[in-house]
Design a protein around this ligand. Structure first.
Ligand code: ZN
Length: 241
């Protein structure tokens, strides 16, 4: 398989979530204690929480793709500091452990390459990920949970934010971040007025009512444009894997 790197969320983002108790959309984070049975993937250390560990649930603005395919995603994060994952050529443990993941490949213009999309068990992702990374059109791949659609990790060739290229001087790494998309204006997260920070719930399974309030999702909006179909994908009430 092409050399690759699973890219966790930025440490700055994790530190900001923990310090402010607010997510990228200005929602108070939900505090969840991991229960036995798994299903609590930290997007910073890329490991599943152990039972009893405190996790924070919030909305994260994906750095890629920008433009038409941009989306925020619910993510879980260890409440306590954890090391940012930094392993090359290794499928992230939170991907391996997930029963059903979605591979989404994008080109250099951040357009989704539908023909490379694939849904499979995380334990069996190698072939579909290799197919996406080996395709010369692919600039990066996002892996989501297939059922609720939450981002698990971004995958790029070579090291994070860099790509291996071969020219007359041999193999070398070039930077791939940031990749400008001229037509995209990133939505700004606005803190909620009167936000009180982290809310505590016992678990995802035991507090479904709490999970559906009060966070009215803030949707990205480009000035002067319509958003057909934007109201059809509310995350309300969905469990987060
Ligand atoms: Zn962690």
């Amino acid at each position: 398989m092409t050399a690759f790197h699973c890219i966790a969320i930025e440490t700055e983002t994790a530190a900001r979530f923990r310090a402010t108790g607010l997510d990228d959309r200005g929602n108070p984070l939900r505090r969840i204690i991991a229960m036995p049975g798994g299903g609590y993937p930290c997007r910073h250390c890329l490991r599943l929480a152990r039972p009893g560990e405190a996790m924070l649930l919030g909305s994260y603005d994906l750095p890629k793709p920008l433009g038409i395919y941009w989306t925020p995603s619910p993510i879980l994060l260890h409440e306590a500091e954890c090391p940012r994952s930094d392993a090359a050529d290794e499928i992230a443990p939170i991907v391996r452990a997930n029963p059903l993941v979605s591979v989404r490949a994008y080109d250099g213009e951040h357009q989704c390459l539908y023909d490379l999309g694939h849904v499979c068990a995380g334990a069996e992702i190698d072939a579909s990920l290799a197919r996406a990374l080996d395709d010369p059109r692919t600039a990066f791949v996002n892996i989501h949970t297939a059922r609720p659609g939450c981002l698990l990790v971004r995958v790029e060739r070579g090291r994070g934010g860099q790509r291996l290229v071969e020219d007359e001087s041999g193999l070398r790494l070039i930077s791939t971040d940031p990749e400008p998309v001229a037509s995209f204006r990133a939505p700004r997260a606005r803190p909620r007025t009167g936000a009180v920070g982290i809310e505590t719930v016992a678990s995802l399974d035991r507090a479904p009512t709490s999970l559906t309030r009060p966070g009215t999702p803030r949707r990205p909006r480009r000035r002067g444009t319509r958003r057909p179909g934007a109201d059809s994908s509310s995350p309300r009430g969905r469990p987060v894997l």
